[in-house]
Design a protein around this ligand. Structure first.
Ligand code: PLP
Length: 355
């Protein structure tokens, strides 16, 4: 059997999703999901038929939402599929490279490894901003440059001046992909407005985070129609299941928008409340500023906090194994009640000498 497996697959560490890590608890604050759910009605007629390759109504709704033409949008199975599709479409093993800037989202690396594509990592500066000089210096054979904005797991926005600098400096045959999975938590910082000027710019969006629909697996890639059409050659024939497009259309309807944007507002209020309560605790070394629905916190001893919270029913995300994130945990912002309980647990853990 061993002979069956290519070496790059045998040595592959798959993406360590919150679900795969498999920790259980009452309060799931480990996957940056929304704590709010909605009631969505579905029409299950027509399940005997294949769905549209790109469901028209959904395209129209998303195109209205972004004020971007339909020909510039590709619907994918979550933005994870878009990350993968880009590599499959544009990269040739042993010839092309991809680049990203750790600490960042792990899927860029996992996908590149699956296709045996060489990876260039340019670590961020201590501020978690991009090291633009190093990026430009090593860009020569890079086909895809992945930038996560706001960045996961650090929560910060990338300086727009750095993005502009890179768009000007990288060769036109290098695609700059800005992963905006969390952008709805700080909408005015989107790079969508740059699409007209830079035909090598690609933006990734998802319904998994701010829209609270991680369960349906629906993402969007936005780019020049030339790029979208090339990607359509490689995308699976029926990538969007009928129930998925129906739920997504529903979520993007006018009457749901106020609900969604109200939920975003609540999450941001909960976040700022949580930060204000926790910042001065003695076992917290640093609360990093966040433009997302999660916060990165440096503790005196993150392992003891992680284990203690797990016992209290809170599952959070350990980031302490990553370079420059020693003793850091990433905590998703849940409901106000969850924030209050979390603050209380941390406080009790400290007063009882556990953390
Ligand atoms: C969660 C996340 C994604 C994945 O989104 P899906 O649409 O659920 O596949 C992509 N990029 C980043 C940075 C994320 O945090």
């Amino acid at each position: 059997m061993k002979k069956l497996i290519p070496i790059h697959i045998e040595t592959l560490l798959p993406y360590q999703s919150a679900k795969r890590i498999g920790l259980f608890g009452q309060f799931l604050l480990n996957a940056n999901e929304s704590p709010y759910n909605y009631n969505i009605q579905m029409n299950l007629d027509n399940l005997n038929r294949y769905p549209d390759f790109q469901p028209k109504k959904l395209l129209k709704k998303y195109s209205n939402y972004l004020q971007i033409q339909k020909k510039n949008i590709l619907i994918t199975r979550g933005s994870d599929e878009a990350i993968d599709l880009l590599i499959r479409t544009f990269c040739v093993s042993k010839i092309d490279q991809i680049m990203f800037c750790p600490p960042t989202y792990d899927m860029y690396e996992v996908c590149a490894k699956i296709y045996n594509i060489e990876i260039i990592k340019i670590p961020t500066l201590k501020s978690f901003q991009l090291n633009t000089i190093q990026i430009v210096q090593h860009i020569k054979y890079v086909k895809l440059l992945y930038i996560c904005n706001p960045n996961n797991p650090t929560g910060n926005l990338i300086d727009i001046s750095d993005l502009l600098y890179l768009l000007k400096k990288v060769p036109s045959n290098c695609l700059v992909i800005i992963d905006e999975a969390y952008i709805e938590f700080s909408s005015k910082n989107s790079s969508i407005f740059l699409l007209k000027k830079y035909s090598n710019l690609i933006i990734l969006r998802t319904l998994s985070k701010a829209f609270g629909l991680a369960g349906i697996r629906c993402g969007f890639l936005i780019a020049s129609s030339i790029i979208v059409n090339i990607l359509k050659k490689v995308l699976a024939p029926y990538p969007v299941p009928l129930p998925v497009s129906q739920i997504a259309e529903n979520a993007l309807s006018k009457k749901n928008f106020s609900l969604i944007f109200n939920n975003i507002k609540k999450i941001l209020e909960n976040r700022d409340f949580f930060i204000s309560k926790i910042s001065n605790f003695p076992y917290v070394k640093k609360v990093y500023p966040s433009n997302t629905n999660f916060i990165l916190i440096k503790f005196k001893n993150s392992i003891s906090v992680f284990q203690y919270l797990l016992k209290c029913g809170f599952v959070v995300r350990d980031q302490s194994h990553k370079k420059i994130l020693k003793n850091c945990l990433r905590i998703t912002i849940g409901t106000k009640k969850e924030c209050l309980l979390l603050i209380k647990s941390l406080f009790d853990g400290y007063t009882n000498g556990i953390i």
